[in-house]
Write a protein that binds this ligand. Structure first.
Ligand code: PEP
Ligand code: MG
Length: 884
């Protein structure tokens, strides 16, 4: 069995298509080698080895050792170097590389192969002893930290103490001799803490690093990251071992990272950062401020006095730009690359499809269609539907007054306001209380993922556009301002200070991810603009999707917003929301408290004209598009007051005694309202309510039809049906009202009566229900609740525990449980169609706006999904992707 794949020197055993086996990094290194891009030679140990390692508690397949030896030989031949060689030692980097990039895993060990002997050879080879000893001490530190589990800061402490002893300020003040002393102390630290010496044999070092990478697949941070991003544990990570090239061999050496297009805006311009005389970690760590790659970017940067790569190393720059262009055309996708220049010679260390903001994803997809690189359909697949949320994010009103307290980098777009918090735990705690927070950190690390997740936005005082905070925030679609160097953060005091102004934890700030500004207080925001690239992509999506997209809306404002977002009708109008208005709730309560049917009808008569005008307005806004109106669903006690003060107030407002109101409250009280007197059960007990609503709907249909000249065909939906008899009883009432209104109006009325399918029983007897129902709308909120027996209102108390223990990968109220709830939906669809082949089928639970659930709806052939207005664009794109 082949466990190891080599690459380099213009050839490779793998290809880009072997991502599952080689991981993203390994597959792309192979692909680059194959296409003649200069890549330091190396090899990839496959993800299958990781799986073996995890399953067998840290052992390797038998053939692995020999295959690694062969691969090392090959690298040695290509580079003319050997492990442990006293004149030409081979040094390698060891990196993890899963199918998708995964911060949180062990990332990189550099300079592996250095020891007390080979360090001298490196010194000679480089003609620079200081460089060699600095590299060696970095190696001990990195290896000690990520492989041997020692604390990074213990090494830092040794360095600081030494600098104090010698009154040295900067690392660059240390000489080769200084570093040698440090190395001795580092090695002593290893012995003191672990009782064994730092490994001197490069092979021991290598196997240590390989084991650490595979082991890191199961570390807590990686597990959390996988849970948040729904990455299966079974994927495993690959290990990439690659000959070292040095970006820190003096002023003709450099290292950097770049995107082939701007990852924030999508502009088609090479965009990146580099450092002269540095190693890769220095760029990402954000300790030295990196320089721009191109001249154009330099002039727009915050440090235009520092030369660009284009200026400083024109030849390497030209080659780099050519390679970037080639890679982009080859992959037909924006690339994120890492490179090193060793004494003027360019080496590419990595390429992968670049993470980008939704705005950039959209622009890049549309631009690439215009450039003839991809088709319209491919463009539709290039944008993550959920990420559209970012574009639907508010931005700061340009007319608003800006009280700018600091400026950093515009690391991730959108604007957000919230309370200042300085720790991720605190961010999570406050967010759980429903507070909006801005996480403020000097810099972030993978340990901050949960806090970043909880925060509305992220502000850091250190680090560039490729710092951890920037990259992760863009991935999450959260506004981020990074590297706001003018701010001083004092974690101890819980304050941030900028330009003489001090803000405390808990005070409100606003960050503007579009320009990097940090503002005091909250600021008026503007709704997003949905024209241009967005509209074009949506048009392409609309061309390929089969399912219609409707909205859940009952107010005119929501209905209009949904139309602007492209909704093709209303899939769910929850009429109960129309009774909570201050001017209506009194009549509603009067109806509920009335002792007799006459009393109820009297109150309902007052509600009728209001309902009717609501519906007229909705029909007009929807201009001939289908509108599904659901009869009253919640239990009646939801409309009544709770506290003694309120009861007193309401009693006098509706003209009944306190005692009477209290008695009615007691009658209506329920232990489990979700399974109580609600849905069609109300219409069965109080048919006059359903009749009033039906009358309002039909009269409104007649009126809106007259006003607009388009006949309106309303869809009346009966909730929580579990028995065919329930549906038939209520439907008979509706049909009777229709007949009466038609007579009164002197015209025929077209309408459909259908039902919510939101109980398991309704799915199972869907064939019988379909005898009476013209349409089904799957109410997956209640269906999830009743299938699991988990109350939608009380699930929050244990869902996090369930997710932490991987019992639920995702919240089933957010993304459909395909296995269980989905199976019931499928049964409902099949049985419904058995009886009525042309039955109209939709979904109106929260899942109607969730891309994964929408994909499922496509597979069972629903006619439409319905979701809240802001999710309509997401649903349009998700439905298109599902159809492709
Ligand atoms: C549902 O149950 O999925 C549904 C859409 O109805 P509601 O959320 O109003 O119960
Ligand atoms: Mg429901």
């Amino acid at each position: 069995h082949k466990w190891v794949y080599t690459f380099g020197d213009g050839a490779a055993e793998g290809t880009a298509g072997m991502r599952d086996l080689l991981g993203g990094k390994g597959a792309n290194l192979a692909e680059m080698s194959n296409s003649g891009v200069p890549v330091p030679p190396g090899f990839t140990i496959t993800t299958e080895v990781c799986t073996h390692f995890t399953k067998t508690d840290g052992t390797y397949p038998d053939e692995l050792k020999a295959q690694v030896e062969d691969a090392l030989d090959k690298v040695g031949k290509t580079t003319g170097r050997r492990f442990g060689d006293m004149s030409k030692p081979l040094l390698v980097s060891v990196r993890s590389g899963a199918r998708v990039s995964m911060p949180g895993m062990m990332d990189t060990v550099l300079n592996l192969g250095l020891n007390d002997d080979t360090v001298g050879a490196l010194a000679e080879d480089a003609g620079d002893a200081r460089f060699a000893y600095d590299s060696y001490r970095r190696f001990i530190q990195m290896y000690g930290d990520v492989v041997m589990g020692l604390e990074h800061h213990d090494f830092e402490a040794i360095l600081e103490t030494y600098k104090d002893e010698k009154s040295l300020n900067l690392d660059t003040d240390l000489t080769a001799d200084d570093w040698q002393t440090i190395i001795e102390r580092y090695k002593q630290l290893v012995v003191d803490q672990l009782g064994k010496p730092f490994p001197q044999d490069p092979r021991d070092q290598l196997w240590g690093a390989i084991g650490a990478v595979f082991g890191s697949w199961m570390n807590a941070r990686a597990i959390t990251y996988r849970r948040l991003h729904q990455i299966p544990e079974s994927w495993g990570t690959a290990v990439n071992v690659q000959a070292m090239v040095f970006g820190n061999m003096g002023d003709t050496s450099a290292t950097g990272v770049a995107f082939t297009r701007n990852p924030s805006t999508g502009e088609n311009k090479l965009y990146g950062e580099f450092l002269v005389n540095a190693q890769g970690e220095d760029v990402v760590a954000g300790i030295r401020t990196p320089q721009a790659i191109t001249e154009e970017a330099r002039m727009e940067s915050s440090a235009p006095e520092k030369p660009s790569l284009e200026q400083a190393m024109p030849e390497a720059f030209q080659e780099f730009r050519d390679i970037c262009n080639r890679l982009e055309r080859h992959y037909r996708e924006m690339q994120d690359v890492e490179f090193t220049i060793e004494r003027g010679k360019l080496w590419m260390l990595q390429t992968r499809s670049g993470k980008r903001t939704a705005k950039a994803a959209l622009k890049i997809a549309v631009d690439m269609v215009d450039e003839g690189l991809i088709t319209e359909e491919e463009a539709v697949t290039r944008v993550d539907p959920a990420s559209l949320d970012q574009l639907l994010h508010p931005t700061i009103d340009p007319a608003a007054e800006r009280n700018v307290v600091a400026t950093g980098l515009p690391a991730s777009p959108g604007a957000a306001s919230g309370e200042i918090v300085f720790s991720s735990d605190e961010a999570e705690r406050l967010a759980n209380q429903g507070k909006a927070v801005i996480l403020v950190r000097i810099e972030t690390s993978p340990e901050d993922i949960h806090g970043m997740h909880a925060a509305e936005g992220i502000l850091t005082t250190r680090g560039g556009m490729t710092s951890h905070a920037a990259v992760v925030a863009r991935g999450m679609g959260k506004p981020c301002v990074s590297g706001a160097g003018g701010i001083r953060v004092d974690y101890q005091a819980g304050t941030l200070t900028s330009a003489g102004k001090t803000l405390k934890a808990g005070e409100i700030i606003t960050i503007d991810g579009a320009n990097g500004q940090v503002l005091a207080g909250s600021v008026p925001m503007l709704k997003p603009e949905l024209s241009g690239d967005f509209a074009r992509l949506m048009e392409w999506a609309d061309k390929v999707r089969r399912m219609r997209v409707r909205t859940n809306a009952e107010t005119p404002a929501d209905a209009r917003a949904a139309r602007d977002f492209g909704a093709e009708g209303i899939g769910l109008c929850r009429t109960e929301h129309m009774f909570f208005d201050a001017e209506r709730i009194g009549d509603m309560r009067e109806m509920i408290v009335a002792d007799t049917e006459e009393g109820r009808r009297a109150a309902l008569d007052k509600l009728l004209p209001m309902q009717r005008s609501d519906f007229v307005e909705l029909f007009e806004i929807m201009a001939g598009l289908p509108v599904t109106i659901r009869l009253l669903d919640p239990p009646l006690h939801e409309f009544l007051p709770k506290s003694p003060e309120e009861i007193e107030e309401v009693a006098s407002a509706i003209g009944v005694s306190k005692t009477k109101l209290k008695r009615r409250l007691e009658q209506l009280e329920e232990f489990n309202p979700m399974l109580g007197h609600r849905g069609c059960r109300l219409a069965v007990s109080y048919p006059e309510i359903a009749e009033m609503q039906a009358r309002a709907i039909f009269e409104a249909a007649v009126e809106a039809g007259k006003r607009t000249g388009n006949p309106v065909r309303p869809e009346i939906m009966i909730p929580l049906v579990g028995l065919k008899a329930e549906l038939d009883i209520v439907k008979a009432r509706i049909d009777a009202v229709a007949e009466t209104v038609a007579k009164e109006a002197g015209q025929e009325i077209q309408y459909d009566v259908g039902t919510m399918v939101e109980l398991p029983r309704a799915c199972l007897i869907a064939d019988k229900i379909a005898e009476s129902a013209h349409f089904f709308s799957f109410g997956t909120n209640d269906l999830t609740q009743t299938t699991f027996g988990i109350s939608r209102d009380d699930a929050a108390s244990f869902l996090p525990t369930y997710q932490a223990q991987n019992i639920f990968e995702t919240d089933p109220f957010v993304s459909m449980d395909i296995e269980g709830v989905g199976a019931l939906v499928k049964i409902g669809v099949e049985r419904g169609r058995q009886t009525r082949p042309d039955i109209k089928l939709g979904i109106c639970g929260e899942h109607g706006g969730d891309p994964a659930s929408i994909a499922f709806c496509e597979t069972v052939g629903l006619d439409y999904v319905s979701c809240s207005p802001f999710r309509v664009p997401i649903a349009r794109l998700a439905a298109a992707q599902a159809a492709l």
